[in-house]
Design a protein around this ligand. Structure first.
Ligand code: SAM
Length: 215
């Protein structure tokens, strides 16, 4: 799985963020620049990813690979992607390269913000974060992780959350097929959920996030 580097602006759009909370966890954050920028804006921001357990040089190499290799997934599924949000492949590459740079600099500056952790278990106390974000792990990799794993991962993110968990996208990687077990997953989760449209689309029609509200 690639360690990709989506930017703060991509997160704002994917998760329909209009205001920032006091505390936020980016779970499966990879090389994203979200935490660096949120922290710069005064938010208590933490990122979690198993890749943070790698030695520094290996993580930097994984992030570098993530900024270049993603293009081949898009290339192999060209008909299933739309470019309205980015404008062009070159603009997308620039956004990702900047985000990777921001991530690597912030990880060096404030390593305590970047916690090595793997769903479905997170090393945080109950209700630690006002908002938990999860981009491009759940559902994206539903061919690797099944319904039961997704259920445990969602429950764990809900446990460390005091407000909302938001997950994007809700489709498989590549061609963006719907995830067949999503309705059963939400039924078994048995929490207030909403599938909400967001102002971001890259995989065609994948413009919805899942919002889970803590009871
Ligand atoms: C496609 S990347 C997404 C990175 C970032 N959220 C973004 O949108 O650019 C998926 C990330 O999930 C991480 N990952 C893989 N298994 C995980 C797990 N069990 N728990 C949390 N993160 C995991 C990978 O290391 C990788 O960085």
């Amino acid at each position: 799985m690639l360690v990709t580097s989506r930017s703060f602006a991509e997160y704002e759009a994917m998760f329909g963020l209009t205001a920032l909370p006091a505390s936020v966890l980016d779970c499966c954050a990879g090389g994203s620049g979200f935490t660096a920028e949120a922290a710069r804006r005064g938010v208590d921001a933490v990122a979690a990813d198993p890749a943070y357990g790698l030695p520094v040089a290996e993580l930097a190499e994984a992030v570098r690979r993530g900024t270049t290799a993603g293009g081949s997934i898009v290339g192999q599924n060209a008909d299933h992607f739309v470019w309205d949000w980015y404008g062009s492949p070159a603009a997308r590459d620039d956004i990702r390269a900047e985000a990777a740079k921001a991530f690597l600099a912030d990880r060096e500056l404030a390593p305590e913000r970047y916690v090595a952790a793997s769903l479905p278990e997170l090393p945080f106390p109950d209700g630690r974060f006002e908002l938990v974000l999860c981009s491009h792990l759940l559902f994206t990799w539903a061919d690797v992780f099944g319904l039961d794993w997704h259920l445990r991962a969602l429950r764990e993110m809900v446990r460390v959350c005091d407000g909302e968990v938001r997950v994007f996208p809700l489709v498989h990687q590549g061609a963006g097929e719907p995830v067949a077990f999503l309705p059963e997953l939400l039924e078994r989760l048995a929490l207030p959920t909403e599938v909400r449209q967001v102002p971001y689309e890259f995989q065609r029609d994948a413009n919805k996030m899942l919002v889970i509200s803590k009871l």
